[in-house]
Each structure stands twice: as C-alpha cells, then as structure tokens.
Design a protein around this ligand. Structure first.
Ligand SMILES: [Cu+2]
Length: 182
C-alpha cells in the first residue's frame, strides 16, 4: 500500500492514539459464518437493516468486504452496513475481520455523519476511547486478519462506524451506531 502515511501501519499507533487490542488470524472457512451469525442477545431485523442489542454486554463482529458483497462495505449479522443499536453505557467488544484480499480496512466510531470526503479520517474524530481498530492488512486465501478492541458507549446519540482508509467511507463503507438512552 505504497504512499499511505506513516503511523497507519498494522499494529502501530495511528491518528486515534495507541490501541489496546489483540490480533489474530481467522481461517478463511470461518469468515463467512462470522459475518452471518446473529450476535448473542441481539435482535436482527433485515427489513430495517438493523441489529438491536437489549443488554449492555455487546459483542459485535464486523467483517470488512467479504466476497460476494459489494466492495468497501461491512457485514454484520448477515446484513450490509446495518444500523447497530446499543443501550447507553454498553460495554462493546468489537472484532473486525478483514476478508478483503485486495485492500486494507479499519473500523472507527465517530460522532461525524456522512457525507464523507476522500480523506475521511480528517473529519472523523473518535467517539469513545478505544472505539477504533488499526488498519488491517488484506486477507490471504487461507486466513483473514482480525483485531479486537473494547469501548464503552458512554453517551447517547447517533454515531457512525466507518473505514477511514482513503476513499472507502466516501464509497459507502459506513453504517450508523445508535446509542439509545436507557
Ligand atoms: Cu476500508
């Protein structure tokens, strides 16, 4: 990924500070299931393209650009860029799996909304400490890199989760995160 600036490397500090996250590789055979499985305690509503968590214990798995889906999109619980709803104060354990064999992706939660410019990271301040993953390198045919992070959705409001790799959010790689008042 020549030309991409220093500080965005895999496992390094980036514009969103030091990450407290773990990384591992997901076998290719498991990636589709991760993108399609309903999270524990969540209601998946395909007609509204929405995933609603009732409790404050939120485990969210997001797959970036899996095959068979439009490029530069996220897949969560079998939906594409769904609205994710959590209660205020939710402890969110977020895992991003990069299933894209040709592209870097990350996930950042920001109070900013669309439209997003080519350099979306310039308009996407972090919503909550820890609410970002590093840029994940492309998948291979045998495995997808993944990163896990955790954050507390400490203020109610409407947020956006997006990929800040240049051009991706503008191309549609984002969805809404609604933190609803209790
Ligand atoms: Cu991306």
């Amino acid at each position: 990924m020549g030309g991409y600036g220093n500080g965005y490397g895999y496992g390094m500090m980036g514009a969103y500070g030091a990450y407290a996250y773990s990384e591992r590789s997901v076998p290719a055979a498991r990636v589709a299931a991760l993108g399609d499985s309903a999270p524990s305690g969540a209601t998946v509503d395909p007609s509204a393209n929405r995933v609603v968590f009732a409790s404050r214990a939120v485990t969210l798995v997001v797959v970036a650009s899996p095959s068979g889906q439009r490029d530069e999109t996220f897949r969560i619980a079998g939906l594409v860029n769904p609205t994710v709803v959590v209660p205020v104060g939710a402890a969110v354990h977020l895992t991003l799996v990069n299933a894209d064999t040709g592209m870097y992706h990350n996930l950042v939660v920001t109070p900013a909304g669309p439209p997003f410019s080519y350099m979306a990271m310039m308009q996407a301040p972090l919503a909550f400490p820890g609410a970002a993953t590093p840029l994940m390198p492309p998948a291979t045919t045998s495995a997808s890199p993944s990163a896990a992070t955790a954050f507390v959705a400490q203020a109610a409001g409407t947020y956006t989760y997006l990929c800040t790799y240049p051009g991706h959010a503008r191309a549609g790689m984002y969805g809404r995160l609604i933190v609803r008042p209790s």
